[in-house]
Structure formats: C-alpha cells, structure tokens
Design a binder for this molecule. Structure first.
Ligand code: NZQ
Ligand code: ZN
Length: 386
C-alpha cells in the first residue's frame, strides 16, 4: 500500500426528514445565498422544506444554475454575493449546483484579476466562503469532496478546480429526494458513481487489500440496488444504499494508498464541453476503449474485477480481463446508456485530434496511473470510441 494522508471534514447528515436540520448547521447571523438549478426543487417540495427550516434567516436566492454549471451564469451569482454582502452559501441540488457553489466559494474570496484563472491556472483554494449542501441527486460525490468542474460556453471548455477550502461544511442526504429524479438522471448517476470507483481501482495492484475491497463493495452494492432504484425510486432500502454508495464512491476514501487513473474523466469532460453529452454518458463512451487500449497494464486488475464483481471463474487471466471489459460495457448499455460517440453525434470526425490538441496545449502530456497516456494515445483511445 502507498503512503497517504487523509482528512475529510464534511459533516454528513443522512436519512429521512433530515432537511429540517439545515437550520442547526448555519450560523444564525449568516447572510445566506441559497443556490439552486432549473427548478426541480420547487416541484418536488425540497425548496419548501429548506425555506421552512430557514424561516428565521436572512436569505437571498439565485436559481437557474444549469447542468454542467456555466461560468457565465456563475458570474451573475458572484455579483449577487457582492451586492448583498453574502457570507454563507447553501447549495440545494445535484453535482452541478454544488460544483457551481464551490466555484463561488472560491471566487468570492479570490483576489486575482479574473476568477477564470482559478480554473485555467489550476489555483488551489485553501480558504473559501463557507457553504453547505442539500443533495438532491446522488451521483458525483461532490457533497463530500472538495472538487468541482465548471464549463465555459464561449470557449467550449470544461475544467476542474479544488482545494482543501472547498469541502462543504455539511451535507444533508435525505434519500427520499430520489423519488422525483427522472429515469435518465438515475441511470446517469449509477453509471457515474460506478465509474468513479473504476477510476480508483482499475490500475495496478499495490497490495492495498482493504482499499480494493472497499472499492469492490461499492461496486457490488451499486449493482445490487441499481435495478431496484430504477424500478421503484421510493424503495427506501434501495435508495438509501444507493445514495450512500454514490457518496462513498468519491469522498476520497477509496483513493487512499492506491494509484488512480482519471483519464476516462479527463477525456469525457471534453466530450461534454464539445457536444453537451451528459457527464456519465461520456464515461460510458470512453471507459471500454480506454481499458481495451491499456489492456496490458490493467489486465491484472481487470481480471480481479471480473472474478470478484462479475463472478467469472473460468479462463486465463487475459480471458477474464476481457470479460471484465465486456461486462462493463454491457452494464452501461443495460442502464440504457449508449457507448459509442457516433450514438450521440454524427459529427464526430476530428474529435480525437481536437481533444489531443487541447491536452497538448494544456501540457497534459501524461495521463493515467503511469502518467504514460500521451495526447497521441488519447487520440487513439477516442478514435476507438467513435
Ligand atoms: O436543475 P434542476 O431543475 O435541479 O434539475 C436537475 C438537472 O436537470 C435534475 N435534478 C436534480 N435533482 C433532482 C432533479 N430532478 C428531479 N428531482 C430531483 N431530486 O437533474 C438534472 C441533472 O442535475 P446535475 O446536477 O447536472 O447532475 P449531476 O449530479 O450528475 O452533476 C453533474 C455535474 O457534476 C460534475 C459533472 O461534470 C457535471 O458537471 N461532476 C462533479 C464531480 C465532483 N464535483 O466531484 C465529479 C464528477 O465526476 C463530475 O465530473
Ligand atoms: Zn464522474
């Protein structure tokens, strides 16, 4: 196992009827900006629950943060923060609203010229404006990590940011918010969380036995509950396990002491930036080709995954590893998620070159657990995904 240091300060408040607890977590004299997305919280009652709980507070609101939170929209929210002397942010939504709030937490205290530099120059945020979250969509793990991904429409860029100052102070996870999520978003969330685990597992073994089994337990739980969640999003046992699995998939625990990959996400983000494809779907497009392309360096872990997750007992290590890739692709397809870029756009020619050039320009010359995936290799992987 590799050396590690691990600190995750997020207070998780989990379970039925926990949204009312929001008032116990925010200082009474705070000047709060409540941030939300396109309005789902007004239809499913979450907005009313939050407003009821915060009756005594001074609250300003900012709605309309779109999926794949946009820099341009967030700048409007930043102006609201400045105009109203806001000193506490409350995100009520999925990964997009929470990530947008993290950007605002950083940007509100940023003293440089333009907040885009935080993303462009990978400036880590050591201290941000304090914020909490009420999660409405399990998927990204953003509610318990310190990362965010922000999109800039005018340049079709989607870049990550983070730092120890961007952990939420608290996150409220009431699994019953899941009942109003459309099937498409449920499927996306399952695929995203599953792939988060793969990014931290499908590398090479460093003898981190417990870490491997933590990762495998999240995969197994996701596979067990996914069909139940899709069939009946009010099945409390299924949705509570599902919600917690998504959080555990990317709260930092699984990546301790092990190598991590994240190339699938790096490439996938470009597909969202270029074509607006849902985040989870971009992962389903890239992951199978990525594992196929890097078969030699990943085959031991692929075979272990095939054995332990998909109960493959027959065949050589290579045969098991190949079945591992096939099972992963079928898993995405079983969720109704297409796994080829041409399923999403007819104008895919040139995509591989565009992404490879962007990576070259940014100096992203060595992705993956061995830092060996050059832009040239990225180009080949993307072509295999057409
Ligand atoms: O905007 P509203 O009206 O709220 O509707 C949203 C949105 O249309 C809807 N929704 C959310 N909760 C709902 C609901 N509809 C009904 N009932 C509910 N309870 O679902 C749609 C998608 O929401 P969004 O927040 O965009 O989804 P998700 O949570 O999948 O977030 C995706 C974003 O997170 C980033 C992605 O790149 C993408 O921008 N990621 C963030 C990560 C992180 N911070 O750690 C890691 C991930 O890998 C990912 O990159
Ligand atoms: Zn993801």
């Amino acid at each position: 196992m590799n050396n590690f240091q691990f600190k995750n300060p997020v207070k998780i408040i989990f379970g039925k009827e926990t949204i009312a607890n929001v008032a116990d977590e925010i200082p009474k004299d705070a000047n709060v900006l409540l941030l939300y997305g396109g309005g789902s919280i007004k239809k499913n009652g979450v907005y009313n629950q939050v407003k009821d709980a915060l009756k005594e507070y001074s609250i300003t609101e900012f709605g309309g943060i779109p999926a794949n939170p946009e820099y341009e929209v967030l700048l409007e929210a930043l102006q609201v923060i400045k105009d109203n002397d806001i000193n506490y942010l409350l995100a009520v939504g999925g990964g997009s609203v929470i990530d947008g709030t993290k950007f605002l937490s950083a940007a509100a205290l940023y003293t440089g010229d333009t907040p885009w530099d935080i993303l462009k120059n990978s400036i880590r945020t050591e201290v941000g404006m304090p914020f909490g979250t009420v999660l409405t969509l399990p998927a990204t793990g953003s509610e318990m990590n310190s990362g965010a991904v922000i999109t800039r429409r005018e340049t079709k860029e989607k870049l990550g940011m983070g730092g120890p100052g961007l952990f939420p102070q608290f996150s409220i996870l009431d699994p019953r918010v899941i009942s109003s999520i459309p099937q498409r978003q449920l499927a996306n969330g399952i695929a995203d969380a599953f792939t988060h685990v793969l990014e931290q597992y499908m590398t090479y073994s460093v003898g981190a036995l417990l870490q491997d089994r933590f990762a495998e337990s999240v995969l197994q739980t996701l596979l067990e509950v996914a069909p139940k969640v899709l069939k009946d999003p009010t099945d409390y046992e299924a949705i509570s396990n599902y919600m917690w699995s998504c959080t555990m998939a990317l709260n930092g625990l699984l990546m301790q002491g092990v190598p991590t990959d994240w190339a699938v996400h790096a490439i996938g983000h470009e597909l969202t930036a270029l074509y607006g494809i849902d985040h989870a779907r971009t992962l389903a497009i890239i992951a199978p080709s990525h594992y196929e392309y890097n078969f030699e360096t990943k085959k031991d872990k692929l075979a272990q995954y095939a054995e332990r997750i998909w109960n493959v007992t027959e065949g050589t290590l290579e045969e098991k590893a190949r079945i591992g890739i096939e099972k992963t692709e079928s898993f995405y397809k079983g969720l109704g998620i297409d796994t080829k870029l041409s399923d999403y756009t007819s104008e895919y020619e040139g995509t591989a070159e565009t992404i490879a050039n962007r990576f070259k320009e940014r100096g992203w010359t060595g992705l993956g657990e061995h830092k060996s995936i050059t832009p040239e290799k990225v180009e080949e992987i993307v072509k295999m995904s057409y």
